[in-house]
Design a protein around this ligand. Structure first.
Ligand code: HEM
Length: 500
């Protein structure tokens, strides 16, 4: 009996050492529970992971460490530490998620590393940035989508042009506008808002994004168990949805191949296929059909709901802060008037400083990618050091962007929506180095200029044309966002009135 007790004690001690002991010089964090690690303390299963991360920074400082199941997570907070880590080559890798392990190959940009990532990122960035190819300029593409949104909103105002509309759900106003912008860049055409093909694609993309959640998913903590018993999680179903989005892109790639004119590329798919052809005899080329589909998937996954959610937030902040809405509209009326739409030129020549400052404040308050996209030690090769701590080779690194953008030591009154913080005494725009919603450094957002353009133009055009308010008699909606890898406001309603 005593021997049994001693053996059980030794077994528990060994298990404790194996399961609970942190690696030496692992960053400070809460005690680790057997098997589940810190899933409970982080509340990783809920919609408020970014809030747990704010709390963890307060308790454990700028570099904190946790475990989700057996997997180490490092949380890096504060501008200097985030900048430092974002420029470190050896920490510019990405973790591999369940679907990558299932795919057995990683394509695209978001999760690739090494030469493939460098070449694909450089190529895509160049062609997104100087979007000089194709017959229509980027601004025209965006305006086309904005006008489609106008048409939808105007429809709900039919017969009541001078009065407030019935309450409408904001998430529905914007329809498929953003997905169309990306589709246009990729495949050179747009679909009508009600097109079933586009709406089906949109639904799959939403599900792929939801399936990308970081945090408490079983497959993240215990990928091997889920691979053995797939019915335990929705991970396999998510893999299937990714395949469906890929099949949409593959179909377009095949169609492009039938009538491509290499000398006159129409869109990104053409430009990519032309590059693939040019490099066909180069054994080091990373241009393949699978890679093209991977890039397309990443542009949808990284570009669609980030931009969409930011625009939804912009409208939420305007109904919650009607005095800001009025100031933006006054600026529109005095600088642009009513005969034409605002343009990138207006912004680039700083003719709309208050509107620009409002967009910066929208980006700060919303921080739609609150913990960035996880980084990882490059190629999972070896444990690495950061500020005296050990980062295990299989760690995921979260960058605490939401906390940075809401840190009272930096912003004073972060909870207030106050565009004036981005204006000097003469009303001119000032940049703030702690505002980094697109990340910074080696892995910074590839779609940053596209996203800034889209958010600015959608917001400015909507403000010029409509006034928005909380529906009469209804309480103010909450500005407490929900989500995981990306966040968004809970669905809310507005009343709309045409301004001119
Ligand atoms: C408001 C909108 C957006 C926000 C706030 C945003 C934010 C971010 C953030 C925080 C990262 C991770 C940076 C890091 O790992 O350090 C990222 C990466 C990325 N974003 Fe965006 N993004 C937005 C829109 C877009 C758009 C429109 C596209 C393209 C259509 C895009 C494509 C990407 C890609 C491909 C990456 C991965 C870059 C890499 O791993 O090298 N994003 N984004």
């Amino acid at each position: 009996m005593i021997v049994d007790l001693i053996l059980t004690g030794i077994l528990i001690y060994i298990l404790w050492l194996l399961l609970l002991a942190k690696p030496s010089r692992f960053p400070p964090g809460p005690p680790i529970w057997p098997f589940i690690g810190n899933i409970y303390q982080l509340r990783t299963w809920g919609p408020y992971l970014y809030k747990s991360m704010t709390e963890m920074k307060r308790r454990f400082g700028e570099v904190a460490g946790f475990f989700v199941g057996p997997n180490p997570i490092i949380l890096v907070s504060g501008l200097d530490a985030i900048k430092e880590i974002s420029f470190r080559e050896d920490l510019s890798g990405r973790p591999l998620f369940f679907h990558h392990k299932m795919d057995k190959a990683v394509n695209g940009i978001l999760f690739t590393t090494g030469e493939r990532w460098k070449e694909q990122r450089r190529f895509t960035l160049r062609h997104l940035r100087d979007f000089g190819f194709g017959k229509t300029s980027m601004e025209n593409i965006t305006i086309e989508e904005i006008e489609a949104v106008f048409a939808g909103v105007d429809k709900s105002l039919e017969g009541m042009e001078k009065s407030w509309s019935k309450p409408i759900v904001v998430h529905e106003i914007l329809g498929t506008a953003n997905i169309n912008v990306i589709w246009h860049i990729l495949a050179g055409r747009r679909y009508s808002f009600s097109d079933p093909y586009l709406n089906q694609l949109l639904n799959y993309i939403k599900e792929v994004i939801a399936g990308n959640e970081i945090g408490g998913k079983l497959e993240l903590a215990f990928p091997k168990i889920v691979a053995m018993f797939p019915f335990l999680s929705d991970a396999m179903a998510n893999c299937e949805k990714r395949e469906k989005v890929k099949s949409f892109i593959k179909k377009d790639v095949q169609e492009h191949k039938k009538n491509i004119d290499i000398e006159n590329p129409r869109d990104f798919i053409d430009i990519y296929l032309a590059e693939k052809e040019k490099r066909k005899d180069d054994p080091g080329s990373t241009f393949t059909d699978d890679q093209l589909v991977g890039v397309g998937l990443d542009l949808f996954a990284a570009g669609y709901d980030t931009t969409f959610n930011t625009i939804v937030f912009s409208l939420l902040y305007m109904i919650l802060n009607p005095e800001v809405q009025s100031k933006v509209q006054e600026e529109m009326d005095s600088i642009i008037g009513n005969d034409r739409l605002p343009s990138f030129q207006d912004r680039d020549s700083h003719r709309l400083p208050y509107t620009e400052a409002t967009v910066l404040e929208i980006l700060r308050c919303s921080t739609v990618v609150p913990m960035s996209v996880p980084h990882a030690p490059l190629h999972f090769m070896k444990d690495t050091e950061f500020r005296g701590h050990v980062i295990p080779k299989n760690a995921q690194i979260f960058l605490n962007l939401y906390e940075l953008h809401h840190d009272p030591d930096i912003w004073g009154d972060p909870q207030n929506f106050r565009p004036e913080r981005f204006l000097n005494d003469e009303g001119k725009l000032i940049r703030h180095e702690a505002l980094i919603p697109f990340g910074i450094g080696k892995r910074s957002c590839l779609g940053e200029s596209l996203a800034r353009n889209n958010v600015f133009l959608f917001f400015a055009c909507l403000m010029q044309r409509y006034s928005l308010r909380v529906p009469e008699g209804e309480p103010n909606p909450s500005d407490d966002p929900i989500g995981n890898i990306t966040i968004m406001p809970k669905p809310f309603r507005v009343q709309v009135k045409k301004r001119h």
